[in-house]
Design a protein around this ligand. Structure first.
Ligand SMILES: NC(=O)C1=CN([C@@H]2O[C@H](COP(=O)(O)OP(=O)(O)OC[C@H]3O[C@@H](n4cnc5c(N)ncnc54)[C@H](O)[C@@H]3O)[C@@H](O)[C@H]2O)C=CC1
Ligand SMILES: O=C(CO)COP(=O)(O)O
Length: 340
């Protein structure tokens, strides 16, 4: 029988809410930090998170704007803010923190723009207090389904197998199964790069293409994710697993996906600025596309799908012209041999 833990969740977004409430259902003690004062007020008043309003927060779950209250004297800290906020928030946690060293659990997906670092690398750079280590949890998991207790399977990844096993055992429940791996590079790259391909899949939906086009995008997208991933030190088998192919499939086909939605609206002709202004949730693939283009140049990896997404989002290219360009690239062997 697992001892119940004191857990601080940083961010009341949809994913932090869904995974946190799952841990509460398992008997753990939960408090949340939220930077937005108005969101704190609304959640306290209604006990509902309007980003994912399918369940109430139980009365014993504390929602606070005081970071030191939420992060001090905890066994586990869950980092659930968007990638663009991860560095700043990690630095603040490091400054606010008191008590024995907790374990850090990263559940965000993305590549920081500028540094081009993965989320666990950003957190590690900013947290100098003696934390016990960091585990990233990823996989095909829309918060909208996890919060309704629909079956979901995740992976806990860490360089330290004892820590990934600890998180695996912490999270396992009747409807949530967790595998573990030491390939944190592959897990974080798979979870981040699939968002770019999901935008491509959405663009295809938006212009009115069918299932053939989407299957092709998923497979060719998987190929370029794997090429970049191998160049960056990930293991090939990780990309055919839950955090690779699994998350790529769910994000490209799901009606819940924020990234696929951004693509669909682009495909219908809206501008990126207009789409983002109307959204209240983060679509990580937007920043990740910019980062991936830089990484592909650094590592000399050809990534035509990512480039096409970049051109539609940032160069206002016509999606139909971009599809035409992709279809008319030089004839090639399909060879999935992973030369880069
Ligand atoms: N929503 C989902 O189903 C899943 C999301 N993720 C990942 O989890 C991360 C968070 O995503 P969501 O929960 O969907 O986000 P969300 O858009 O639902 O909420 C984001 C949260 O971060 C806070 N936030 C925004 N900017 C901030 C800042 N500058 N400083 C501090 N806090 C800030 C917001 O107030 C909010 O609490 C992303 O990296 C996403 O890719 C991963 C798996 C599933
Ligand atoms: O990562 C996710 C599902 O595994 C969430 O994807 P979206 O951010 O596109 O909704």
């Amino acid at each position: 029988m697992m001892q119940h833990k004191q857990i601080g969740v940083i961010g009341t977004g949809s994913w932090g809410t869904a995974l946190g409430l799952h841990l509460h259902d398992l008997g753990h003690h939960l408090s949340y930090w939220e930077h937005d004062q108005e969101r704190v007020r609304r959640i306290r008043e209604t006990r509902v998170n309007d980003l994912i309003p399918y369940r109430e927060f139980p009365e014993d779950v504390r929602i606070s704007q005081e970071l030191n209250e939420v992060v001090s004297y905890k066994d586990i800290l869950i980092f659930a803010v968007p990638s663009h906020a991860m560095r700043h928030v990690s630095r603040e946690v490091n400054l606010s923190f008191k008590g024995p060293a907790p374990l850090i659990l990263n559940i965000s997906k993305g590549i920081e723009s500028g540094s081009l670092l993965r989320m666990s690398e950003v957190v590690r750079e900013e947290t100098h207090y003696p934390f016990r280590g960091i585990v990233t949890v990823s996989g095909p998991s829309h918060a909208e389904e996890v919060i309704k207790n629909q079956p979901t399977v995740l992976v806990a990844a860490s360089d330290d197998e004892n820590l990934s096993e600890e998180v695996q055992l912490l999270l396992m429940g009747d409807r949530l199964r967790v595998y573990r791996t030491d390939d944190i590079v592959g897990v974080e790259l798979g979870g981040s790069l699939k968002n770019v391909v999901a935008i491509a899949a959405g663009i295809s939906d938006g212009v009115g293409f069918g299932d053939n086009a989407k299957a092709a995008l998923i497979v060719r997208g998987a190929h370029e994710i794997m090429k970049l991933g191998l160049a960056m030190g990930a293991r090939p088998e990780t990309f055919s697993g839950l955090t690779g192919m699994g998350d790529l499939i769910v994000t490209c086909i799901s009606r819940h996906s924020r990234n696929r939605y951004v693509g669909e609206e682009l495909g219908k002709g809206r501008t990126l600025e207009d789409i983002l202004k109307s959204m209240n949730m983060v679509a990580e693939g937007v920043i990740t596309t910019q980062s991936v283009i830089k990484l592909s140049e650094t590592y000399g990896v050809d990534m035509p799908v990512a480039q096409a997404v970049y051109q539609v989002m940032f160069d206002h290219a016509d999606p139909l012209k971009i599809v035409n360009d992709l279809m008319n690239r030089d004839p090639k062997s399909e060879s999935l041999v992973l030369e880069i």
